[in-house]
Design a protein around this ligand. Structure first.
Ligand SMILES: Cc1ncc(COP(=O)(O)O)c(C=O)c1O
Length: 397
């Protein structure tokens, strides 16, 4: 029998239209590159999910379905057991995906032209959602201090004090810098937002993947007042590598906002249930724990490899992540512009990673590497990077 936790297995992502290896992402000339941009894993999903989906397929009838009775209890039990967060069943709404929830929240709970605070470098889709909804992005950049990103609370208070700034998109844990925000940090952020009438939309899609000593704190678990002033976006998509099943949840404690979201879901008819998403999500939360623990251990092993290989390469320095399978590399010592850096990584190292500049201006000179891949592949990629950097040193001499 195949090892249920065989993360070393190389699976050809090109057998399906996977975004990570698609020409849309790699470019027509990029097919041979190390594909480490898009934020999903190269691992097969947990066996209990595959078995349950196969069983659902064998049933053969795919007429309209409602939410399975076991789905919400499975999510609630997962959050309680793993993250000590008690969610009231009535506060959870099904959502098609996390970005849909962010977009709907922006549209429903801010007015056109309002400011929405983001903390760059941050997941680039936040900026797109804000622009596409005709809102204004208000930047509260993170501060890099002694190799660690911190929130700038003084500046946050100034941004939040503007009456036209009415929402904040929080990324908890933070993509791409890998911070798992502490309870103290979230408490301070929550207080500033409440004092200034700024609603927090907390994107917690990366919640389940955190490393030892860095527990994830659900923003809404901090206090009732913060729960009332927030909308939390959850999904098993990253944790179990089921993003293409398209399923998520929104936790909304405030009744008026919850009713508004429900009405909008109905108006846009985004309240349908995909049979496979339902099955995958329920089984993920019920039986996916052992697989997830093994996946996190494997990712930590990959992280150790990166740490070891780059320890004496100052031109590619690792910003230590506290969670997520995305790591933020500082290439500023190479002295290249963003487009030169992309060119160098593609042509000299064979790397297709996400450009740091995509996460905001403060990302210039950085790159985001996805390490949820078989170790041998990562090892080869690191070898090529180290060789490419050594070559630049030789040429400079
Ligand atoms: C922070 C963050 N939010 C949301 C998403 C996308 O979520 P979904 O596919 O559920 O819309 C991603 C995917 O990379 C992400 O990193």
């Amino acid at each position: 029998m195949a090892d249920p936790f065989d993360f070393d297995e190389v699976i050809d992502r090109r057998e399906v239209p996977a975004l990570k290896v698609h020409r849309m992402v790699l470019g027509t000339d990029g097919m041979g590159l190390f594909p480490a941009g898009v934020a999903d894993m190269d691992f097969r999903a947990p066996k209990p999910i595959l078995d349950a989906m196969a069983q659902r397929l064998a049933h053969g009838v795919f007429g309209y379905e409602t939410i399975p009775d076991g789905l919400m209890p499975a999510l609630i039990a997962w959050m309680k057991q793993r993250h000590a967060w008690t969610i009231h069943p009535d506060h959870i709404l099904r959502a098609p995906n996390v970005l849909n929830s962010l977009s709907m929240a922006a549209n429903l709970f801010t007015r056109p032209g309002d400011g929405i605070i983001v903390q760059p470098p941050v997941f680039f889709d936040f900026a797109d959602i804000i622009a596409e909804n005709g809102r204004r992005m208000v930047e509260n950049p993170l501060v890099l201090s002694s190799g660690r990103y911190e929130m700038n609370f003084d500046e946050l208070a100034t941004c939040a004090a503007d009456p036209r700034t009415t929402m904040l998109f929080l990324c908890n844990p933070h993509n791409p810098v890998g911070r798992v925000w502490t309870k103290a940090e979230l408490t301070q952020l929550g207080a500033i937002c409440r004092q200034n009438g700024v609603v927090v939309v907390s994107d917690e899609i990366h919640a389940d993947i955190t490393f030892q000593n860095f527990p994830y704190t659900p923003f809404a678990s901090i206090s009732d007042a913060d729960a009332q002033n927030s909308i939390t976006c959850l999904s098993p998509a990253k944790s179990f590598n089921i993003a293409a099943c398209c399923g998520a949840f929104t936790v909304v404690s405030d009744e008026n906002r919850r009713n508004a979201l429900k009405a909008e879901n109905s108006r846009l008819t985004v309240n349908k249930n995909n049979a496979f998403a339902s099955v995958a999500m329920e089984v993920a939360y019920k039986d996916g724990g052992p697989w997830l623990d093994a996946a996190i251990a494997y990712i930590e092993g990959n992280l150790s490899l990166v740490r070891a290989r780059l320890s004496d390469i100052p031109e590619a320095s690792l910003i230590e992540p506290e969670g997520t399978f995305l790591i933020w590399l500082d290439f500023r010592q190479l002295g290249l512009s963003p487009s030169e850096l992309t060119e160098f990584l593609r042509c000299e190292a064979g790397w297709a990673i996400t450009r740091g500049i995509a996460f905001g201006d403060s990302g210039a000179g950085f790159g985001r590497l996805n390490i949820a891949c078989p170790r041998a592949r990562l090892e080869r990629a690191l070898d090529r990077l180290v060789q490419a950097i050594s070559k630049t040193r030789d040429t400079a001499q």
